[in-house]
Design a protein around this ligand. Structure first.
Ligand SMILES: [Zn+2]
Length: 423
């Protein structure tokens, strides 16, 4: 639910050349340096591929930023002829891939304030909170100004602690009516979309219906764009190989944008069978953001909403969970997105817990928070599982989340890109 409307990849190339006469003396120190870059994780329980069975007593071999291999049993550096390898003992822990949240607003929320300075600071604070909660990758689907692109750059450089960010920048809407960046007529929609991509957007986020905080986000609410406007946005995005995420609450707005090739429907509160079947057929992801109900329940408990708004929220809280269960039973692809920024940052796991409360198995919910997130982001070859060749984004819990999903909160170890952030 969008409450306020405001506002890449590291390539390492190494060229080695040395005169033949010096080759031998240079070889020795070089070998040591490489070995020191090797880390071995002894994992008591390893959920290498969420959705599949766990493995016990495994050794994950990490070389620099990537996983080199996964061995059965506990292997030491001496066994691998890598005496300088560092060993991390997680023998009594539950190890799994870093979690992914594909719907956050890092520059918004309680620390967000009103201006660009506040939102920049909030981004730094929230990035760290998110990473410490075990989330090594996020998709930011709506930021204040362009600060999210700068935050992404600093995190990639290693100057700021935070998750990998795939960022949409500001949300595209119709302008004054919904608070999004203006897409009003074909020319303006093209211009706005092109300019976001030029600034560095790796996703485009659109409002296909009005913000969830407004009454027009009810079941019968109208899609906000005309056909030629949404066509302009999706065609520009397609031209530059950028995917589109659509915010949608009413029954018909998702169905409307699905005609134009969007890749994910966010919230999707009142989607009917027809929309869900179309999503399944097109392989479009559903990002339900059910964690937002925490906030709505709190508002109700504290008597902060009344009258039409309360009735609106009540209907939403009744129908939205049914839509999610319906999508799950139909086999629609689901990825976890917390809408942190609307709800607190660093508690992104609430989404996983609430999905399990709705009857989704812990195994499936963890898959939605890893494997499926990577698939939606087109990062399956690099992220989402603990397998050879992938980035070493690995976390550990002090207890098994498959037995009790609340254990997902017990994050005691976080590694991203082979670097340890929490131990
Ligand atoms: Zn949102």
């Amino acid at each position: 639910m969008q409450k306020i409307t405001v506002i890449l990849m590291i390539m390492v190339g190494m060229v080695l050349s040395s005169p033949i006469s010096h080759a031998e003396e240079k070889a020795k120190p070089k070998k040591q340096a490489v070995e020191k870059n090797i880390t071995l994780i002894h994992a008591g329980t390893l959920l290498a591929v969420p959705g599949q069975d766990t493995l016990t007593e495994q050794t994950i071999v990490i070389d620099g930023a990537r996983i080199k291999e996964v061995h059965a049993g506990y292997v030491t550096g001496a066994d691998l002829l890598l005496p300088y390898a560092r060993i991390i003992d997680l023998k009594d822990k539950f190890v799994l891939p870093g979690l992914m949240d594909v719907h956050v607003h890092l520059t918004m929320g309680e620390d967000g304030g009103d201006g660009p300075d506040d939102s920049a600071l909030a981004g730094v604070i929230n990035a760290k909170k998110t990473l410490m909660a075990g989330y090594t990758t996020v998709r930011d689907v709506g930021s204040m100004g362009d600060v999210i692109f700068k935050l992404r750059k600093k995190i990639n450089k290693g100057d700021i602690d935070g998750p990998r960010i795939f960022a949409a920048g500001q949300i595209i809407g119709v302008g004054a009516l919904d608070g999004g960046l203006e897409c009003n007529g074909v020319e303006s929609c093209r211009r706005t979309t092109r300019s976001l991509i030029a600034k560095g957007a790796d996703w485009i986020k659109i409002y296909s219906s009005c913000s969830g905080s407004k009454l027009c986000s009810n079941k019968d609410g109208a899609p906000v764009f005309f056909d030629d406007e949404i066509t302009a946005v999706t065609e520009v995005a397609k031209k530059y190989g950028v995917k589109v995420a659509a915010h949608s609450h009413p029954r018909d707005s998702a169905l409307f944008v699905l005609k134009y090739g969007v890749s994910s429907i966010e919230h999707g509160s009142f989607m009917n069978d027809k929309a869900l079947k179309a999503m399944k057929k097109q392989g479009v992801y559903f990002v339900p953001t059910v964690g937002v109900h925490d906030m709505l329940e709190k508002l109700k408990r504290e008597g902060k909403v009344k009258g039409r708004v309360l009735a609106h929220n009540d209907t939403f809280m009744k129908i939205h969970p049914e839509t999610i269960k319906n999508a799950y039973s139909k086999g629609v692809k689901i990825a976890t997105g917390s809408d942190a920024g609307v709800v607190p940052h660093g508690k992104n796991y609430r989404e996983i817990e609430r999905l399990v409360d709705l009857g989704i198995t812990p195994s499936d919910a963890l898959k939605m928070a890893t494997v499926n997130g990577a698939d939606l982001l087109d990062q399956s070859s690099d992220l989402g599982t603990v397998e050879a060749g992938k980035y070493a984004d690995i976390i550990a819990l002090s207890a098994n989340p498959l037995q009790d999903i609340d254990n997902i909160e017990k994050v005691i170890f976080v590694m991203k890109n082979g670097r340890i952030y929490k131990d």
